[in-house]
Design a protein around this ligand. Structure first.
Ligand SMILES: [Zn+2]
Length: 207
């Protein structure tokens, strides 16, 4: 990965903790990086590496079929002690409900660092012409510093069982990054497209 923009800097600072900070200090740009330790909740740390400028402007949908949102097109939802920028409508409703249940049934989301993200207008890491589901406000990353991208087994056995039970309860409308080719256990997304009957049925429960 050669191209970072501001989120990349934040990611390294958050994930690598003091080591990253040390590197930052050595790099001699302390003031900028320190201010960057503030809330970064709308940034997903695992899909950085390409700028949205690199995304083909003709492609305005994510792989799951969701239109990409401009900044300001999201709705901020309070869930599990976090403010999450989500897609308005059924997808956002369902994701917010999922986050709340994850928080109460799997593990707390509001502990420690602000490492939980939703909307971010950018491409999938390593795929400069593919929009991330985060760009549509239909994905969240939870406890990102614990459930690091690229690693399997970041949950306990019991934790993983709880996640699977939850995915069942959500009728597989919510997908889990643990099942991706490159595991991404922090990541949950609306796995169906707009107009999905299952999504709409589920959303009616939370409206
Ligand atoms: Zn993600």
């Amino acid at each position: 990965m050669s191209t970072y923009y501001s989120q990349g800097v934040r990611r390294r600072t958050v994930v690598n903790g003091s080591l990253g900070l040390l590197a930052t200090v050595l790099a001699g740009s302390v003031a900028f990086r320190f201010t960057d330790l503030g809330p970064v909740r709308e940034d997903s740390p695992e899909e950085v590496g390409t700028t949205d400028a690199a995304v083909d402007p003709a492609t305005t949908r994510t792989p799951n079929g969701w239109p990409v949102l401009e900044a300001g097109g999201t709705r901020t939802v309070e869930a599990a002690g976090r403010s999450l920028m989500l897609r308005p409508g059924p997808a956002g409703l369902v994701l917010a409900a999922f986050v709340r249940r994850f928080h109460s049934e799997v593990e707390p989301v509001d502990r420690g660092t602000l490492d939980d993200w939703a909307y971010a207008r950018r491409a999938v890491r390593g795929a400069s012409t593919v929009w991330s589901e985060h760009a549509a406000g239909t994905a969240v990353d939870l406890n990102a510093t614990t459930h690091v991208r690229g690693r399997s087994g970041t949950f306990s056995r019991a934790g993983e069982r709880s996640v699977r039970r939850l995915l069942d309860d959500f009728d597989d409308v919510v997908g889990w990054g643990a099942d991706f080719d490159t595991p991404d256990e922090m990541h949950f997304e609306i796995a169906v497209g707009p107009g999905s009957k299952r999504l709409e049925r589920l959303a009616r429960q939370f409206a």
